[in-house]
Ligand binder design. Structure first.
Ligand SMILES: [Zn+2]
Length: 260
């Protein structure tokens, strides 16, 4: 027992996937048959959602058990082609126990605009979610996706998939889903403050450092440090393309405000 990681049993994992699927659907993170969920039950096996099923209405018998190479071990349904990115996450970091993927509206909008969440503006984001970048564009369901997200897995809790949606992971299915909820919340807050209100008070380097100490005490290992702070509101690393995108997004927000 001592050297083993604590995994959910098959039954616990299957019930948890159904539960998280319903929450995903009720929170409007998925439409139609979008999204997928997977949970490891051992070092070499996982349960995953099948293709072509609404996450709000999955039946337990539709779930699929797979090995880490994507071979089906149990279940008759066809696994989602997007399971490749889940397998990619587990390969990059074997300590990850669950992966959730959805298309929450605001995070998806940011992924389309290519806007990362990496400013010191939201204490929750700085403390537990951390920076969320936008991975390079990859065709959904192909092996381009695991390649595009690989560099984010070890240090971050999730990533936005360009022109597509959001992907999060964690030590448990609940942690992975909470990261998805936090990501969407931060995305909403970014749009509201930066693009609608047009004002953001950045946290200072000292405030960020204190939050980092708290993060360490809480045992949160991933997330990274915000790129933009009060002392460094326009770091040189921000490239012209991002500035251009932000200018356009701001202009669109202005037009929308004028039209009201
Ligand atoms: Zn998707």
């Amino acid at each position: 027992m001592s050297d083993e990681k604590k995994y959910m049993t098959d039954e616990e994992a299957k019930e948890a996937i159904l539960d998280i699927g319903r929450r995903m659907y009720l929170r409007d993170f998925v439409s139609s048959n979008d999204g997928n969920i997977s949970v490891k039950v051992s070092d070499t096996e996982l349960w995953a959602t099948p293709t072509g099923v609404s996450k709000g209405y999955i039946k337990i018998e539709q779930l699929v058990k797979m090995d880490m190479d994507g071979n089906v071990l149990e279940g008759t349904a066809k696994p989602s082609s997007e399971i490749k990115m889940h397998l990619g996450v587990y390969k990059e970091d074997p300590t990850v126990q669950a992966v959730t993927h959805a298309h929450p509206l605001v995070a998806t909008a940011l992924s389309i605009a290519g806007i990362s969440l990496n400013k010191a503006v939201n204490t929750e984001a700085v403390l537990s979610l951390g920076n969320i970048g936008v991975a390079e564009y990859a065709t959904p369901g192909t092996y381009e996706v695991p390649d595009s997200i690989a560099s984010y897995v070890k240090d971050k809790n999730g990533v936005m998939l360009a022109n597509h949606g959001a992907l999060t992971w964690g030590d448990s299915i609940y942690q992975a889903f909470y990261a998805l909820e936090s990501l969407e919340n931060c995305a909403k807050s970014e749009v509201l403050t930066h693009y609608i209100l047009g004002k953001q008070n950045y946290l200072s380097d000292n405030q960020v450092a204190t939050l980092m100490e708290v993060r360490e005490k809480l045992g949160i290992k991933k997330g990274g440090i915000p790129v933009y702070t009060k002392e460094n509101p326009n770091p040189e690393s921000s490239d012209k393309e991002n500035q251009f995108i932000e200018k356009i997004a701001r202009r669109v927000a202005d037009i929308l405000k004028e039209e009201k």
